[in-house]
Ligand binder design. Structure first.
Ligand SMILES: Nc1ncnc2c1ncn2[C@@H]1O[C@H](COP(=O)(O)OP(=O)(O)OP(=O)(O)O)[C@@H](O)[C@H]1O
Length: 224
């Protein structure tokens, strides 16, 4: 089976004026299809930076990245966005839902053509995903009428809309109470088991890590 993700020697240095800060100092990371991996490490250890690189939101200063057999390094900016939009899903600490759109529209949004509306297939897929996250009865609610936990569940459904190879989650439960956090996590684990979707989850929360199949800890820009 093709390895889902292969990162070799990933380095990242930020340049601010005269000052250079090397945040990642040579990270090797492999993910196999169907894994659910927790990325841990103290504040400032480089977790979000690594997620942004793996999510093709940021280019590394050095190193190589292959996702689902596709070498990423040689891709143009346009090819990177296409890959990101079609093959990757994102869940952030803050849900970033569009408040004036319904739950269903928010889920379907990543699949919609820029100018065109939502096709019947897109609505059906979004509706099925809302069912998966236990929110069928909220499909037509405006996003601003949902609770924090419900919004995060909509965000998970949205991340799954394009059946991504990899879902990248940055502190997905950071903003939730314990009960909602547990529900969101159980849901991610369920999707992981049922669909074989691969997850890489950055977290400070030990109970998130406990539900994952493996954990990786960053220490001072390296895997410890
Ligand atoms: N654009 C940037 N320019 C300069 N420094 C940056 C930039 N982005 C991040 N850093 C620095 O890189 C280091 C790692 O940041 P990063 O957000 O990856 O850490 P983290 O492990 O995710 O932290 P936290 O757990 O607090 O979210 C920090 O010292 C941060 O200040």
């Amino acid at each position: 089976m093709t390895r889902l993700l292969e990162a070799r020697g990933i380095e990242k240095t930020f340049h601010n004026g005269d000052e250079d800060t090397q945040v990642l100092k040579g990270i090797d990371l492999d993910l196999e299809p169907g894994e659910m991996v927790a990325l841990l490490g103290a504040s400032g250890s480089g977790k979000s930076t690594l997620l942004s690189i793996v999510g093709l939101l940021l280019r590394p200063s050095a190193g190589t990245l292959t996702i689902s057999g596709q070498a990423i390094d040689g891709l143009s900016e346009k090819e990177r966005s296409h890959f990101r939009n079609t093959r990757l899903g994102f869940v952030f600490q803050f849900h970033h839902l569009l408040p004036d759109f319904t739950a269903l529209e928010n889920v379907a949004f990543p699949a919609a053509a820029p100018a065109g509306g939502l096709s019947r297939q897109m609505r059906e897929r979004a509706s099925e995903l809302l069912g998966r996250v236990g929110l069928s009865d909220r499909a037509d609610f405006g996003a601003n009428r949902l609770s924090g936990g419900q919004k995060q569940r909509v965000a998970i459904a949205r991340a799954l809309m394009n059946a991504p190879d990899l879902v990248i989650a940055d502190e997905p439960t950071g903003n939730l109470d314990r009960e909602s956090a547990d529900r969101v996590l159980d849901l991610m684990r369920e999707v992981n088991k049922a669909d074989g979707a691969t997850f890489l989850i950055c977290t400070h929360d030990e109970s998130v890590a406990e539900r994952c199949t493996r954990r990786i800890t960053l220490l001072d820009g390296r895997v410890s």
